[in-house]
Design a protein around this ligand. Structure first.
Ligand SMILES: *[C@@H]1O[C@H](CO)[C@@H](O)[C@H](O)[C@H]1NC(C)=O
Length: 342
């Protein structure tokens, strides 16, 4: 008997292993942006390093999945080993579920460590949720220390970001910045002369962090982190660092002509007509705040807001109030009631 159960043990563990692989590898992911389909996802050690959080960063699946957690002692974060001047940067992220008010998860590019007063930054920030409500997602752009001029946009995601992994990506070239959610571009910042140095132009590192943003994150700080629900775990996978790495000592671009060619060619391709239509639809349906519509902060909108792509000059502006927030007046209009009753 004993012998039999021993010999079946390897078979059983093999079965369990296969089952675990099937379940673990079976996370269906939504498609990535078209321009990086087929690009290899890297393991953590191939391009990243931990920057804080001690044991609150855990590597799973040979470093192809990373858990960052926030508890009462600390948050956690990692950063790219290299600085990059332009490129495509992406991670699949699954946010902490249930109750995560005040919890901030960020995936961003910055050079704040290198250029204290004139730093550049490109952000995806997830600003917590209140139980039962959606996570709020924000993108932002800073250039040359222009932190007085925030360029925030916020969105309600058309899915539950705690339920499954979704890809969040940032394309940054000499001429434009595009933020993507899965395969859909959601924001494009075109470099204009008037923007000047507010368009990020110095090498940046890529970061992913989770931290306590009680003071401001969720509805201006009204909902603080409640550690009764800790640890809050954000999961990262499908890491892509596809850019022009720069020597972090000399801060000069290494020879990466191919990458540069790739980025420019694909930047052009990235804004095909169907992609542009998808972006417009996303912004019409899901953007809940834009600095371009915020007349309280910017009595005169920043120059780039006049571009059709920013959404101020087109029909989108009707949907927003003077505080830059999308007003929900449409819901109370009679045609809505008619829709409901038909
Ligand atoms: C960036 O900011 C610094 C400090 O404010 C300023 O001296 C510099 O001219 C700016 N760079 C550009 C390209 O505008």
């Amino acid at each position: 008997m004993e012998k039999a159960s021993f010999s079946s043990l390897p078979a059983l563990s093999l079965l369990l292993l296969l089952l675990a692989l099937a379940l673990g590898g079976g996370d269906a992911r939504p498609p990535q942006p078209r321009l990086v389909r087929g690009v290899r996802h890297m393991a953590f050690d191939e391009g990243y390093k931990q920057i804080f959080g001690d044991g609150n960063l855990a590597l799973l699946q040979d470093g192809r999945r990373i858990h960052l957690s926030l508890d009462e002692s600390t948050g956690a974060g990692f950063a790219s080993q290299d600085l990059f001047l332009h490129g495509f940067f992406s991670a699949a992220i699954k946010l902490p579920s249930y109750y995560a008010a005040g919890v901030v998860v960020a995936f961003y590019l910055s050079n704040g460590d290198t250029y204290e007063k004139t730093h550049d930054e490109l952000d995806f920030e997830f600003l917590g949720n209140v139980r039962g409500r959606e996570w709020r997602v924000q993108t932002n752009v800073y250039g040359n220390g222009s932190t007085a001029a925030g360029r925030e946009e916020r969105y309600d995601l058309p899915f539950d970001p705690t339920d499954a992994f979704h890809h969040y990506s940032i394309l940054w070239t000499r001429h434009r910045i595009i933020f993507y959610v899965d395969e859909t571009p959601i924001r494009e910042v075109v470099r204009t002369a008037a923007m000047g140095a507010a368009f990020p132009s110095k090498p940046m590192s890529v970061y992913a962090t989770i931290w306590d943003g009680s003071a401001w994150a969720t509805l201006g700080g009204r909902y603080r982190v409640n550690y009764k629900y800790a640890p809050f775990v954000a999961e990262f996978a499908d890491l892509v660092l596809h850019g022009c790495a720069v020597d972090s000592v000399e801060r000069s671009p290494s020879p990466c002509g191919d990458a540069a060619g790739y980025e420019e060619a694909d930047a052009a391709a990235a804004v095909s007509a169907p992609q542009r239509a998808a972006m417009a639809a996303f912004r019409r349906g899901h953007m809940s705040y834009s600095y371009c519509h915020d007349r309280r902060r910017y009595p005169v909108a920043l120059s780039e807001c006049a571009l059709p792509v920013a959404g101020a000059a087109d029909t989108l502006s009707r949907l927003f109030g003077p505080d830059g927030m999308k007003h929900d007046g449409r819901r109370r209009r009679p045609h809505r009631a008619r829709d409901a009753s038909s």
